[in-house]
Design a protein around this ligand. Structure first.
Ligand code: PMT
Length: 399
């Protein structure tokens, strides 16, 4: 936290008093802390208290300094390395989840690109209300980090979930979150995902069963960990993960062009896409008419993008995938050497729960020195985390 700019948003709940200690602990941890209060919050704790503890002026109204508010909310939004809302009431959760920006806190949240942590605290029935739960789910999906509330007897006398965790626990959570979120800060990743489609005629193509889930999980986790991520994706119904820049392509040739354009300026490439190895030599401009009993299609090789990247490699860490149905390790090893890779992730796509279109994967991670780590069946985002930890070790030369 040392030297980092943390913006603390305080909203109007009884737990607002605990935010004072959170600010104090952040300061002691070396952070520069700026507090934005909602009007309701200032009824529980005075802005002066936060001003004294943080050592910075407290922003509590858009209108108190009419001439400056717009500059100020953008300035704090840009300054923040981390944004945390303590406590987060049902009201602020609902506003953020639905794009409402009608006060200083909600407008600043809307304008920031910093990671945002919310610590919900409210009456149990409110917290468990499906509307609040749906809003929290929506925010999680959009990349917001939610610290679950504690359970216990609340200020209103009800026993259940909704209590703000103790300040020490909040600080620990923020420190862990911050470390994870900055693992790859300053690093540029290029990730490819999904299968390519090679046209035969205007209505038909040669494709494969890749859904994009594995590559999207890698792009999403890398962005959560602070990387700038460019995702080159074949056709898929998946939406672009938060904080990721996506370019959609269709064919192997289009993927090659998009990848080569970004390649000189990235630190890491992860090629999870299932690129066609062959494409029709002739693409018919009109729909091919049904004629004889058989029909022959002549195929030609597509460019091997990963091999080309291996030849051009300079500073980049190059990670490939190998989708195999037999001789998993020897085939993957051969690809790693031939394509000049720093790591290859081998999946036996015949196993149930592995490979194409599954939500889980079963992989072996191979390095050129001969090391091989076998992972059990795991959700694709967990597989992504482990692959990224290995990439981090390669970047920091600790393996
Ligand atoms: O998308 P999902 O449904 O989640 O499925 C995930 C997956 C099975 C697609 C993924 O885990 C995976 O294995 N991706 C690689 C698929 C593949 O094309 O494997 P390959 O062994 O044929 O190719 C080896 C490597 O070379 C891959 O990194 C591939 O992107 C790359 N390649 C292949 C051919 C080609 N012309 N250009 C390439 O760059």
């Amino acid at each position: 936290m040392k030297g980092k700019h943390i913006v603390v948003g305080v909203t109007g709940g009884i737990a607002a008093y605990k935010a004072v200690e959170v600010v104090s602990r952040l300061k002691k941890a070396g952070a520069s802390v700026h507090v934005i209060m909602t009007e309701a919050a200032s009824r529980f704790v005075t802005p002066l208290t936060f001003q004294e503890i943080s050592g910075n002026p407290v922003v509590d109204s858009m209108w108190s300094e009419v001439k400056q508010w717009q500059i100020e909310h953008i300035a704090l939004a840009n300054l923040a390395d981390l944004f945390v809302i303590v406590p987060a009431t049902a009201n602020i959760i609902g506003k953020i989840a639905n794009g409402i920006a009608d006060d200083m806190l909600s407008t600043t949240v809307m304008a920031t690109r910093a990671p945002i942590v919310l610590t919900p605290a409210m009456n149990s029935a409110m917290y468990l209300n499906p509307v609040v739960q749906k809003n929290l789910e929506k925010l999680r999906g959009l990349g917001y980090c939610i610290m679950d509330p504690d359970s216990g007897v609340l200020a209103c006398g009800v026993d259940g979930p909704g209590r703000l965790p103790e300040p020490a626990a909040i600080l620990q959570f923020l420190q862990t979150f911050f470390q994870q979120n900055t693992l790859f800060s300053g690093k540029r990743f290029l990730v490819t995902a999904a299968g390519t489609r090679e046209p035969i005629d205007p209505v038909r193509y040669i494709g494969n069963r890749s859904s994009g889930k594995m590559g999207y999980a890698i792009a999403s986790v890398a962005a959560e960990q602070g990387a700038e991520v460019i995702l080159i994706s074949g056709p898929t119904g998946l939406s672009c993960p938060p904080g990721v820049t996506r370019h959609m392509v269709e064919t192997a040739a289009e993927m090659r062009e998009a990848v080569l354009a970004e390649y000189p300026n990235v630190d890491v490439v992860v090629k999870a896409a299932a690129v066609a190895d062959y494409r029709p030599r002739i693409v018919h401009s009109q729909k091919i008419k049904k004629s004889g009993e058989n029909m022959e299609l002549v195929l030609e090789k597509t460019p091997d993008i990963l091999w080309e990247l291996g030849q051009l490699k300079k500073q980049q860490i190059l990670v490939g995938f190998a989708a195999e149905t037999q001789e998993l390790l020897s085939n993957a090893n051969e690809k790693m050497v031939r394509k000049n890779l720093d790591m290859i992730v081998a999946n036996d796509v015949t196993l149930p729960g592995a490979g194409f279109n599954a939500d889980t994967n079963i992989v072996k991670i191979l390095l050129p020195g001969g090391s091989c780590e076998e992972l059990p069946q795991l959700p694709k985002n967990k597989v992504a985390e482990i692959i990224l930890n290995k990439i981090h070790a390669l970047l920091t030369k600790s393996i």
